[in-house]
Design a protein around this ligand. Structure first.
Ligand code: SAH
Length: 398
């Protein structure tokens, strides 16, 4: 089956960007046209307007991203093809020596590992697989078999419940995929232990992408009064406590996440009186703290994705500015702001501008001492800049 593109619309493929939008398609061959929905996830050839082979891709009949490239080479897309991709992904993680830092890391990171639609996270002895596209759905069982064969891990849990599946016309699916994985497990990150609930937790259970940044916060926290906003299960809080923070106040709107946070204090044998947990809305609580003249030495802001795409950038910018402005006000002189955005729709340059304008409006001077990003287990293909989504700044208030 094949798809022919409009003249000129092959340009992005020649730059090895892996997406083809519906508007780029001139025609489809007879078989594909007749099959339509039945061809969901099937492998199709992408041809230039003059009939040259450009790439081999998966077909998504319902999505605006109508095809996602598996390969730019004229090679079969079969079980052995996915074995090669999985082996390459494993090798890349070995090369970055990720296991020296944690027993839990991302093994397959979608487009950036050449496997669009597949996210696979390793939590010690369990893999959590998330499939988000028609193409990944088509190859899911094959990839599950290969993961067992190539990693030797017998247990795979499926968390295909991300909202983006809807755009592909796919229903949410969760549950056991291979073996009988425990759904509540504990992992080790830089020697610290964390409870993870792979069935009910956010994403696949834990925000693995912040591992190195959590560790960095631990190194900076000695003797400080820390406020950790959007704390989830207390990743940054535990690192700060182990790093010797005087106190850590952690805020999240999820009571379940906070309950795990408290347990994480216990399994790391930390004194619970240094850790306070507060359920509530960060936007409101920061205002309340300002009105009460409270202050902190370090504030961490790791909010959820305010702007999934560039279309949401303006509204998201206001939200980022709001919390960063309040944080600058609550920081003591010389205090540290550790601020993040995981929005694909807000790039690093825009994020830095937002933080700068927050400092300006808060009437404070601040200096960037570090730029932060996602861990090396969340690689970014040079041809897929969208893969860079997490950006962070460490600023010192003057
Ligand atoms: N820093 C965490 C991950 C944060 S994810 C870690 O390292 O593990 C974002 C968190 O923000 C989620 O736990 C979500 O429950 C919480 N959240 C979302 N909106 C919120 C709000 N308005 N106020 C407080 N928490 C919020």
């Amino acid at each position: 089956m094949n798809i022919t593109l409009h003249p000129g619309r092959e340009k992005s493929l020649l730059r090895r960007h892996p997406w083809i939008f519906a508007s780029a398609i001139k025609s489809m061959d007879e078989t594909l046209r007749q099959a339509q929905g039945d061809a969901s996830g099937s492998t199709v050839d992408l041809l230039s307007s003059d009939g040259k082979f450009l790439a081999r891709a998966s077909y998504s009949p319902s999505s605006q991203i109508r095809a996602r490239v598996w390969t730019f080479t004229d090679e079969p897309v079969d079980k052995e093809f996915f074995r090669k991709k999985i082996r390459a992904a494993i090798e890349m993680r070995q090369r970055s020596n990720i296991e020296a830092r944690s027993d839990s890391y991302r093994l397959l990171h979608g487009e950036s590992d050449g496997t669009p639609g597949f996210v696979v996270d390793r939590y010690k002895d369990v893999l959590v697989l998330q499939s988000t596209t028609a193409g990944s759905e088509f190859w899911k069982e094959t990839v599950a078999d290969l993961l067992v064969e190539e990693t030797g891990i017998q247990n795979i849990y499926e968390r295909s419940d991300a909202d983006v599946r809807e755009l592909e016309g796919l229903k949410p699916i969760t549950g056991m995929l291979r073996g009988t994985p425990e759904t509540r497990l504990h992992i080790t990150e830089y020697g610290l232990r964390f409870f993870v609930d792979i069935a009910a937790g956010h994403k696949t259970g834990f925000y693995l992408d912040q591992r190195e940044n959590r560790h960095r916060v631990g190194e900076l926290a000695r003797g400080l009064d820390v406020l950790n906003c959007f704390c989830y299960t207390g990743g940054f809080s535990i690192h700060a406590l182990v790093g010797g923070a005087k106190s850590v106040l952690s805020i999240d709107s999820s009571a379940d996440a906070l309950a795990l946070g408290r347990e994480n204090v216990d399994i790391n044998e930390l004194e619970s009186q240094r850790a306070e947990w507060m359920e509530g809305d960060v936007f409101q609580l920061l205002r309340k703290f300002r009105d009460e003249n409270r202050s902190f030495d370090m504030i961490i802001l790791d909010p959820p994705k305010f702007a999934p795409t560039a279309a949401h950038a303006e509204k998201a910018s206001r939200a980022y500015k709001d919390i960063n402005l309040l944080a600058f006000k609550l920081l003591r002189h010389g205090g540290i702001l550790v601020t993040f955005s995981c929005s694909g729709g807000v790039d690093a340059a825009l994020f830095q501008k937002i933080v700068a304008s927050a400092a300006l409006d808060a009437n404070v001077d601040a200096t960037i001492i570090e730029h932060l990003s996602q861990g090396s287990d969340h690689p970014v293909s040079l041809h897929f800049p969208e893969g860079t989504y997490l950006k962070g700044l460490i600023c010192v208030k003057g």
